[in-house]
Ligand binder design. Sequence first.
Ligand SMILES: NC(=O)c1ccc[n+]([C@@H]2O[C@H](COP(=O)([O-])OP(=O)(O)OC[C@H]3O[C@@H](n4cnc5c(N)ncnc54)[C@H](O)[C@@H]3O)[C@@H](O)[C@H]2O)c1
Length: 396
Amino acid sequence: MRVAIIGQGYVGLTIAVGAAGAGHSVVGFDVNDALVAQLNSGKSHIEGVADTDLAGFISAGSYLASYDPSVLDGCDVIVIAVPTPLDADRNPDLSYVHASSDLISQHVKSPSLIVNESTSYPGTLRKEIAARIKGVEHLYASSPERVDPGNTDWGTKNTPRLIGGLTPAAVAKAREFYASFCDKIVEVSSPEVAEAAKIFENTFRQVNIALVNEFAQIADALGISGREVLDAAATKPYGFMPFNPGPGVGGHCIPVDPSYLAHVANEVGVPATFIKRANEVNLAMPAYVVKRVVAGSGGSVKDKKVVVVGVSYKSNVADTRETPATAVIDLLREQGATVNWHDELVGTWRGETSSPIAGADIAVVVTKHDGVDLDAVNACGYVFDCTGHLAGADGI
Ligand SMILES: NC(=O)c1ccc[n+]([C@@H]2O[C@H](COP(=O)([O-])OP(=O)(O)OC[C@H]3O[C@@H](n4cnc5c(N)ncnc54)[C@H](O)[C@@H]3O)[C@@H](O)[C@H]2O)c1
């Protein structure tokens, strides 16, 4: 099939490479012309796609990146994989999805299968995409992406893929496309079910992470190790699923997607109380971390040298979107500490560059990447660990 993927970020590039590997002819469309040039030179910008694979598909003629919207016309399949963030009031911002739909409306004159993989609330495919695209009778399906960047066990191929379409013909065509590079296809009765399943999966994680974050605080106040309790509870072979406490939640999904569900819940008059409370708990974790660091450092961090180790939102990825490290650093600086950060995967962030660990009075480990120098961390005067990896250190 001739395939266009709108958006060449974490999701779009991953799908592009999956489809190219299945023998499709893929165009990766993105409005970021610098990214397009980088991709066409065979350089991937995400951890899960190797330069060698990308370069191989380019030289075989099965992948090309482009910022020219005319490439969208004449495709069998067009996949939308663009950002769905929150606006300043923490409401869904569908402007990228709308812009993609408008591009299709303007440039695509032959019928195609339009698939939305961007995460959004139920009704997005029907009301925000299909209803906006005029003039051509396309097929429409929703297949929300479940990729977990950095996860080497579960990827595009072996993660079951949900498909819901506006018509049986759309479902059949979407199945044909995805079955060419995904092992298991799960058809659901409507795009709304597929869309809701994706945001409920992430809401389940958000609420459970908030629950363990609150429990970690209770355990600490009781003078017991929250992590030891969680490990003990996890020995129950049924009815319990372990989640880890941490400094908050980051990335494009867990801090964002539940608010999409809360938004539609509000519109239909059902308050999403768990989502609201989980957001409050998770957003308050950086302040809790800083409170504990101050307490563990003799009551003050004023004029102390602090290194925050790991600023991306999760291990072994360079993604700093919504990372709780931002608030941890800002709050420590408000307390008068001199704060540097160390993260060789991230390198440069907020106009600052990664600093060495050695020489700090205090190390706060927010995210632990493989290969980080734990001896250097342990050599700091006081260590606070948010990850559970540093045996014997103070932490959550
Ligand atoms: N990153 C993840 O782990 C993950 C997992 C599952 C689902 N999702 C969802 O997938 C969607 C995309 O997320 P992502 O992480 O790939 O985002 P991203 O920011 O990594 O990439 C999005 C890309 O879209 C491009 N873009 C923006 N507007 C465009 C337009 N009008 N036309 C063409 N390109 C455009 C941007 O330049 C960018 O390169 C979101 O809805 C997200 O919630 C993300």
